[in-house]
Ligand binder design. Sequence first.
Ligand SMILES: Cc1ncc(COP(=O)(O)O)c(C=O)c1O
Length: 327
Amino acid sequence: MLSGDVHYVSSYGTMEIREAICNKVQRKNSIKAKTEHCIFVTTKFSVYASLLSISETPFDALIPNPGYFYSDPVILAGANPIYYNLADDFSLDLDEIRRKTTEKTKVIIINSPSNPVGKVFEKNELQSLYDYCREKQIYIISDEAYEDLVYEKKHFSIGSLEPSPDFVISIFSLSKSYAMTGWRAGYVVAGPKIISPVNKFLEHTVSCFPPFIEKASAYALNNCDSNILEFKKAYKERRDFISEKLEEIPSLTSNPIEGAFYAFPKYSSDVNSINLSKSLLQKENVAVLPGISFGPSGEHHVRLSFSGSLEDIDEGMKRIKNFFTGI
Ligand SMILES: Cc1ncc(COP(=O)(O)O)c(C=O)c1O
C-alpha cells in the first residue's frame, strides 16, 4: 500500500498478477494458458461470474451431490441446478452424468479435491468427463480451491487436457493454499468466450480488485511453493489423526480422505443431520455442518473440519465419540 498500489487497475487484474497466474498454471497445472486467459477474481464470486457468462438464456447446470454450495450461485445466475450423484466412493459416475444431461445442460461443475467429501478425481475419470463434455459442447467449471491439499494422490487439472483454454473454466483460490481466506484472492483461467463476459461483469460491478492484494497474490504465486509444502505436511498429520479417531467410533463410517481438510462420515442413527448437528452442539459444544446442506445425498452425514490444531481436533473427537456412544 505504501508503494502506491491503491488506485484503480484493470478489471482483468494487473499485468503482474496475470503473468503470475499464467506462469503458475503452466508450471503447476500444465494448463496451456496465455495471460489473456487469466483474470483475477475472488473464487466464490468467480463461480457466479462464470455461470453468468455461459449463456443469456436459462440453462441447466449439473452440480455434485453431495457437493459444495453451488445451487445458490446457479439460481442467482438465473440457471437451474440439477444434482448428479457421486458414486458410493465419491468418484465421478459418468453414467449418472449422462442420465442427467439434456438439451438444456450447458455446464457441469466439478470440485476436486472436494469439499465436503475429500475425494480427489483420477486423471482417467477427468479424461472421460472431458471427452463427453467436448462431444456435447458442455462447459466444465472445475473448482480447484483445494488443489494443494492432496495427500497421497497427485492433483490433476482437467484444463490441462485442452490445447488452449476453451470448454474448461478452471477456478483457483489463494485462500487455502496460502491461508489467505480474508484476502478474497482467486483467479479464473478460461477461453475468451468466458473471460470477456466475466471481465465485463467485473468492470460494471466491482470495477477491479484492490491492487495491493493483487501484488501480494503475485508474490505468493511466484515465491511461496515451499510454504505450501509445510501446510500440507501439517494437514496430512491432522488427516491421519482424525481418520484414526473416526475409526474408533462404531456408528460412523467414512471413505478415505484424499484431499482438502474435511471428514464426511455417515452415521447410523435415523435422526436427520440438522437435528443431529444441533444436538451435538448443545450437548458437547462441537460445531459440525449437517450433511444435508451439501445436497440430498449428504443426509445422515456430518462434515467435520480438521483445519484446527491437533489439540483441538483431539478434544473435538473425544466429545464426538462421547456423543455417538450416547445415542
Ligand atoms: C470448494 C470450494 N470452492 C470455493 C470456495 C471459495 O473460496 P474463496 O473463499 O477463496 O472464495 C470454497 C471455500 O471454502 C470451497 O470450499
